[in-house]
Ligand binder design. Structure first.
Ligand code: SF4
Length: 256
């Protein structure tokens, strides 16, 4: 059984109206991930439309994966959802992905980054930007292709993290070859879906909002499998998501 909710959100790029179906019973956190991402994508569509109206061009195209060398952070609900996705893949596909993840782990260990990333994933309090920035820069300097990247295409496209969906640029694509040195112009993001899901998870489990680096997301989700089995009423999870979206939107309006 599902209950339909009519949603209306005022975003800096226009009004988002949509209907979403939420199970009426108790559901795990992963059940709320797709609809939360969908709301984020609908908000992004408004930003894209507004940018095009202003004469700007979105440079991001299929086959360009320059940004897939950055460290991608996931919220806990997204890490659990990614694990579910990988687990239902055909065995040969799953084995292939797990081998790639293992190669990436070996490389990160050789570079002395794996343990630092693990500390971020398991931190008992939010990690400040001053600590995250050097880790992000060191990781990006290595230009390690995302373990889910194949032939410059995302091999988990429908399950990719919110952070990957949110990075769109209006500056020339060639500038993305060096996202640190070049003046790249990202499209504004009024609702950071990964952060919103992380805040929801933090509230319902009384844990700190955490960022889980993508290369270790499956391992993290496996270690925390017990937590992923907990369930909550679908409507209360939706309330939590919407509360956090409104907070993000109100901050986005204040920044304008
Ligand atoms: S998950 Fe996909 S889109 Fe995200 S960094 Fe990896 S390959 Fe790129």
């Amino acid at each position: 059984m599902v209950e339909r909710f009519e949603i209306a959100l005022n975003t800096p790029a226009g009004r988002l109206t949509t209907a979403i179906d939420v199970p009426t019973g108790f559901i795990p956190i992963t059940a709320i991930v797709p609809l939360t991402r969908r709301l984020g994508e609908e908000a992004a569509e408004l930003e894209i439309h507004q940018a095009r109206e202003a004469g700007l061009t979105i440079s991001c195209q299929m086959g360009c994966a320059a940004c897939c060398r950055m460290l991608v952070p996931l919220s806990a609900p997204e890490a659990f959802a990614l694990r579910e996705y990988v687990e239902q893949l055909p065995t040969d596909r799953r084995t292939h992905l797990l081998n790639r993840l293992s190669d990436t782990k070996d490389r990160l260990k050789r570079e002395g980054l794996w343990d630092r990333l693990n500390d971020v994933a398991e931190a008992s309090k939010p990690v400040p930007d001053e600590e995250l920035d050097p880790i992000n820069r060191t990781y990006y300097a290595l230009r390690i292709p995302c373990p889910y990247l194949e032939n410059e295409m995302c091999s988990i496209y429908e399950a990719r993290p919110a952070a990957c969906r949110e990075l769109l640029v209006t500056s020339p694509a060639e500038l993305c070859q060096d996202l640190v040195q070049n003046p790249v112009t990202p499209l504004p993001v009024s609702m950071r879906i990964g952060s919103i899901l992380g805040l929801v998870w933090g509230t319902i489990t009384s844990s700190p909002p955490r960022l889980i680096p993508l290369p270790m997301a499956l391992e993290w989700a496996e270690r925390h499998e017990e937590e992923s089995r907990r369930t909550w009423p679908g409507s209360s999870l939706l309330d939590q998501v919407l509360d956090n979206m409104w907070r993000f939107l109100s901050q986005a309006f204040q920044r304008k």
